[in-house]
Write a protein that binds this ligand. Structure first.
Ligand SMILES: [Zn+2]
Length: 177
């Protein structure tokens, strides 16, 4: 492992031939698209990425990206910290991926005119995809969970035991027996 700055762009074919492994940090200020989608990025992004050629001849790069971000809980509107842990697995060999029918297992990375992938863009996309659709504290710790639950808010469908329609269904079933 080379504990160095993660390259912004890299030739994945050459990197796979050299079996390069990187472990390092991407400065959070480099991820402005992610920053726009959250209230703040707390830590620089810890990245591991490995390049290799697999047995079927695919040039692969895979790894993880970790950081934590601040988002607003949509239930109580307080700030909360969310850990992001994105795993990714890419190949730039689009034709071979299709031939081997491995498009579900790998994401396809586009090469630019220099034959390089934009690693920062890919990692930032992966972190954005790992964001929760709706940020919410777990119910046990959210100050507003109890209030909204008893007021007949959006939590009522989870309370199956007291669902009046379920009770009605049971009644109908017992009549038919
Ligand atoms: Zn909350």
């Amino acid at each position: 492992m080379q504990n160095v700055k993660i390259p912004v762009t890299i030739d994945p074919i050459r990197a796979a031939a050299k079996k390069l492994d990187y472990e390092g940090i991407i400065c959070k200020s480099d991820f402005s698209r992610l920053a726009d989608m959250v209230d703040g990025i707390e830590n620089d992004i810890e990245v591991r990425v490995s390049f290799y050629k697999d047995l079927s001849g695919l040039h692969v790069f895979e790894g993880t990206a970790r950081t934590s971000v601040v988002m607003t809980c949509q239930r109580c509107l307080e700030s909360m910290t969310i850990s992001l842990d994105a795993k990714f697995k890419y190949s730039s060999d689009e034709t071979l991926l299709k031939q081997l029918e491995l498009e579900d297992e790998f994401d396809c990375a586009e090469l630019n005119s220099f034959g390089e992938v934009h690693l920062y863009d890919i990692i930032e996309d992966e972190l954005i995809l790992s964001l929760p659709l709706v940020a919410k504290h777990p119910e046990e710790v959210c100050p507003a969970a109890g209030r909204i639950g008893t007021a007949g808010g959006d939590d009522i469908e989870q309370d199956e035991g007291n669902n009046p329609f379920r009770a009605l269904g049971d009644l109908i079933k017992s009549k038919n027996n």
